[in-house]
Design a protein around this ligand. Structure first.
Ligand code: GLY
Ligand code: MN
Ligand code: MN
Length: 452
């Protein structure tokens, strides 16, 4: 059987560049050896597993998606060149008949461009040799107790050979600090995949808008989303799709998706596909019967105005918090105007009384993980935005019934979420193809129903 082709839209050169970039960062930090394992398979019941997904850091550096694999990077010293070594499962015809193709060390080395590759079963013994006399071990300390223990055993084996002159690394450094900084700014290969993930996911939202009718169930809509993701090549949904009709939209992480859609209610869908290990994250809200009511329009347009203000605040030189603050000002003023909250704009923001209706933040980094790697603050300062960073813009307003809240707004929950790539002059909204103006949504739904 032929090896599977490289992931669409990506190239092994990009992975080699990332490995060299990490090695450079390690060298600037004094050198040493890095160990980056992929994720374990997770049992679902007895002898079946959840669909396998490789660890994001490992995938970022290798493009290799088989389980039971470890990447070892050795920073160069003196005349010794840096090395990139893969440990992976051996070829095994019997297992390949049952479970599918394995590259094996030789195939993986040749195809993925590692300097060396070995069977995973050799890792513990080889690790003792590799760790000896290295100044530091770069590793995700505390991420996995099993790996922490395995590393401790390997380090103790090196220490046990001290009388023959071998030294264990004097420092253990958290490799995630370097990798998180790298992953925060996406390279061209990553952005190409993210644009495609966004394109597929906006298509899924349009499909859902066309499908929805009163009397259909939330899970039927979820099935439409999943069909579109998978039909167009996404491996999985990037997270469990939220398909929340009516009051369910006021439950931020609603994933039951088992209720009937009612005439007169809004439907909130927060769903995105994952393509070649990259997430899309989109929320749209629209009326089950195709027409926004007056109160629904009030809340929806408020959230859309807040989102527009937040998007305008995304540009290099601004910080991560600027879009949130822009959205917050619009939302807080709107909550006062709609008589959801008493007081002045300053008082509402100062007292945080808006949190009753807008209790999450406006953005998070997006990439391989839906809530992606990368720091949000540098010391006391919010992270500055720079070209290549990707963040969501997702203000919302969720109104639960209460005596002091106008009844017309009860159980309306709205969030509008797009994915923004920071560019040299502002941002590119890669999810703009999913309609969000009321007139555009209503026109699309009318068209799907064949009504005038
Ligand atoms: N879908 C998860 C989020 O919006 O953060
Ligand atoms: Mn999000
Ligand atoms: Mn979302």
């Amino acid at each position: 059987m032929e090896p599977s082709p490289p992931p669409a839209g990506d190239s092994f050169a990009a992975y080699r560049r990332r490995r060299l970039s990490l090695i450079e960062r390690m060298s600037r930090g004094g050198g040493g050896i890095a160990l980056i394992p992929t994720a374990p398979e997770q049992p679902r019941n007895r002898d079946t597993h959840f669909p396998y997904r490789a660890d994001s850091y490992f995938q970022y550096l290798t493009g290799f998606t088989e389980p039971e694999a470890v990447l070892v990077l050795v920073a160069g010293r003196g005349d010794a060149a840096p090395q990139s070594i893969l440990f992976c499962r051996e070829k095994n015809l019997e297992r390949e008949i049952w479970d599918g193709f394995r590259h094996g060390p030789d195939g993986a080395r040749a195809l993925f461009g590692f300097d060396a590759a070995h069977a995973i079963g050799e890792l513990d013994a080889k690790l003792v040799e590799l760790l000896a006399d290295q100044p530091a071990l770069w590793f995700s300390i505390g991420h996995d107790a099993g790996w922490d223990g395995r590393i401790a055993v390997a380090l103790n084996k090196v220490r046990a050979e001290s009388r023959s002159g071998k030294r264990a690394p004097a420092a253990i450094r958290d490799v995630r600090a370097e990798l998180d900084a790298m992953r925060l700014v996406k390279d061209g290969a990553e952005l190409a995949i993210m644009r495609r993930a966004a394109e597929i996911s906006t298509g899924a939202h349009v499909r859902a808008m066309r499908f929805v009718r009163p009397g259909r169930f939330e899970y039927e809509v979820e099935a439409e989303l999943l069909h579109e993701f998978r039909r167009r090549g996404c491996e999985y949904p990037a997270y469990t799709s939220i398909v929340a009709g009516g009051a369910n939209a006021c439950v931020l992480h609603y994933v039951g998706n088992d209720q009937v859609l009612k005439d007169g209610d809004l439907l909130l869908i927060d769903a995105g596909g994952e393509l070649d290990g990259y997430a899309s994250d989109i929320t749209r809200c629209f009326p089950v019967n195709g027409r926004f009511s007056g109160p629904q329009t009030d809340v929806y347009d408020l959230v859309l105005d807040a989102q527009t203000a937040a998007i305008a605040a995304v540009r290099p030189g601004a910080t991560f918090v600027d879009p949130h603050e822009a959205a917050l000002k619009v939302l807080a003023q709107g909550m006062i105007d709609l008589k959801l909250l008493p007081g002045s704009l300053d008082a509402v923001i100062e007292s945080e009384s808006y949190k009753r209706f807008f209790m999450h933040r406006t953005s998070h980094w997006l990439g391989k993980d839906v809530h992606d790697a990368g720091e949000y603050k540098e010391g006391e300062h919010w992270a500055p935005l720079a070209p290549g960073m990707v963040l969501t813009i997702e203000p919302g307003c969720y109104i639960r019934p209460a005596d002091d809240v106008p009844e017309a707004f009860w159980n309306i929950g709205v969030r509008i979420e797009d994915d923004a790539v920071v560019t040299a002059s502002g941002c590119e909204i890669i999810t703009a193809a999913a309609p969000k103006k009321i007139a555009d949504i209503e026109a699309l739904m009318r068209d799907a129903r064949g009504t005038a």
